[in-house]
Design a protein around this ligand. Structure first.
Ligand code: FAD
Ligand code: SF4
Length: 478
């Protein structure tokens, strides 16, 4: 287990250059990646934080050693609950999404699926996976979730595509491994990830055998090319603020005839299980959402409530109603996620799986309300949240004092506080990350329609219909 982010950065910056941005090859110490690396570093440096540190520590079920919780396979409901608390506290502390969740979610999915495939097929994927997991845990790696294919024509299955590479697939099987070709898009935090955990994105048919592949490779492995984008808060010159040091980056990750040794292959061709790694990774990711989204709501809520105080409108009925609605949404999402941990069940591999219907319900509520939370903050904060002049104008000797005079609100609140709060709200509702945060809140881990579909599969509606028949006195089966 790494003791601090220095060990993470030392390894990261020693990796081969396989990143591109804006037409140029870049190294991992490029300043545009720094805000994302700063955030990832918190998952090591907060080990000494009095509240978050204990949540970050877990015990490996393989070795009994202490490991970072982001490398852990959930063994109990308490594990799931601790992870829930960690997700929430981390986001409240940094003011932003953790990003490190996806790798852990995929590890948990691989643990379950490799075990189940072996049971049915007599393969030895699980043994390989556990060996890899121990290596991953001991090195305390950072890994993104690497699942979403480009997908070409959405109506066609992988084997039907005019270009077979639209879904990542096996192009050669060798005695010592496989060669894969394709791409994975929207690969969040991959530019500063160390390992890539790759799985199919959809359900597969027997004809899609070559597209049914799960594996892990180092992120700078031969043939892996990452085309990166990044999001950074507007830099502060005069008014430093804790949250501005953090940001994110994404990659469109190309696998250009990549050799994967067998010991890093955890599924290859067992199409009846093709959907499972993606489904389970999403389930774990949606479970995390039931903690990070309430934290995101608490930040929007805190900003809205403080803006209402500074505006002098904190007691008005419509403001009270709007804030209460936000409180209810955040609390319901969090409580539903907690209940999913309490009702969790063990998979045959021993991995703890949160209750599916409750996870989907929590994620559905979070996704369908996310724009409403932004609307409430924007509403209460007023137009200045969108049109606030630039930071340096407030420090200009001629217009600065005038700006401070005219942004003043309730008596007794220093104009500097109003400036600081509205600059933060401006970043939240009209900043460089706003659209990404909203889009991620809606679609990340699966859009609300996906949760609707999933709930219809996992919820026992027949039981409810039978109960109503009993109540109405319908005794026939029809
Ligand atoms: C901010 C962000 C971060 C992300 N991070 C990651 C990540 O780290 N790793 C990762 O693997 N993925 C990640 N994703 C990907 C995310 O899971 C996908 O965006 C999501 O699954 C939707 O896929 P898509 O973008 O290809 O959209 P599409 O599939 O193109 O969907 C577009 C529209 O087409 C519709 N559609 C699609 N297929 C069909 C069909 N067959 N029939 C009818 N309608 C159809 C959809 O319902 C939708 O309305 C991220 C996405 C976002 C926005
Ligand atoms: S959106 Fe939430 S679950 Fe996903 S990486 Fe960020 S904090 Fe984790």
């Amino acid at each position: 287990m790494r003791k601090s982010s220095a060990e993470y950065k030392k390894h990261l910056f020693s990796m081969k250059n396989n990143l591109w941005m804006n037409g140029q090859k870049i190294s991992r110490d490029d300043p545009r990646l720094e805000p994302g690396i700063n955030l990832m570093s918190q998952t090591y440096d907060l080990l000494s934080h009095p509240k978050i540190g204990p949540l970050l520590r877990a015990k490996s079920h393989l070795t009994g050693k202490e490991i970072n919780r982001f490398c852990h396979i959930h063994q109990t409901s308490e594990d799931l609950m601790t992870r829930h608390d960690l997700t929430k506290e981390f986001q409240l502390h940094t003011g932003t999404c953790i990003q490190r969740c996806g790798g852990c979610d995929t590890l948990n999915a691989f643990d379950i699926v490799s075990y189940n495939v072996d049971k049915l097929k007599g393969t030895d994927y699980h043994k390989r996976f556990l060996k890899y997991l121990q290596y991953f845990q001991e090195n305390d790696f950072v890994a993104p979730i690497t699942i979403t294919d480009p997908k070409g024509d959405r109506t066609l299955r992988p084997h039907q595509q005019h270009d077979p590479d639209q879904y990542l697939h096996v192009v050669e099987r060798k005695s010592d491994g496989i060669v894969v070709r394709g791409a994975k898009f929207h690969n969040s935090m991959a530019p500063y990830g160390e390992e890539l955990l790759v799985a199919p994105t959809r359900a597969l048919r027997p004809e899609d055998k070559d597209w049914c592949v799960c594996f892990a490779v180092p992120a700078d492995w031969e043939g892996v090319k990452m085309v990166c984008t990044y999001v950074q808060h507007r830099p502060r010159k005069k008014m430093p603020a804790f949250y501005t040091q953090f940001g994110s980056a994404e990659s469109s990750t190309i696998f250009d005839n990549v050799f994967v040794p067998w010991e890093r292959v955890f599924m290859c061709g067992e199409t009846e299980f093709g959907h499972e790694p993606g489904r389970l990774s999403s389930l774990y990711h949606r479970y995390n959402y039931s903690a990070c989204k309430p934290a995101a709501i608490q930040i929007l809520l805190g900003a809205a409530a403080l803006a209402a105080d500074y505006n002098g409108i904190e007691r008005t009925q419509h403001v009270q109603a709007k804030l209460a609605d936000m409180i209810a949404t955040g609390q319901l999402i969090y409580a539903t996620g907690s209940m999913a941990a309490i009702n969790a069940k063990k998979a045959p591999s021993g991995t703890m799986v949160p209750d599916e219907t409750l996870v989907h319900a929590a994620r559905y509520l979070a996704g369908s309300k996310i724009y409403h939370e932004y609307e409430t903050l924007s509403d209460i904060a007023g137009g200045l949240a969108s049109t606030l002049p630039y930071e340096e104008d407030f420090f200009n000797p001629e217009v600065g004092p005038l700006l401070h005079k005219y942004i003043a609100r309730k008596k007794g609140v220093p104009p500097e506080h109003i400036h600081k709060l509205w600059r933060y709200i401006n970043e939240l509702v009209a900043g460089a990350n706003t659209g990404r945060a909203q889009g991620g809140g809606l679609h990340g881990g699966g859009s609300p329609i996906m949760e609707q579909i999933a709930m219809r599969f996992t919820y026992d509606l027949e039981k409810d219909k039978e109960n109503v028949k009993r109540l109405c006195g319908i005794t026939e089966s029809k």
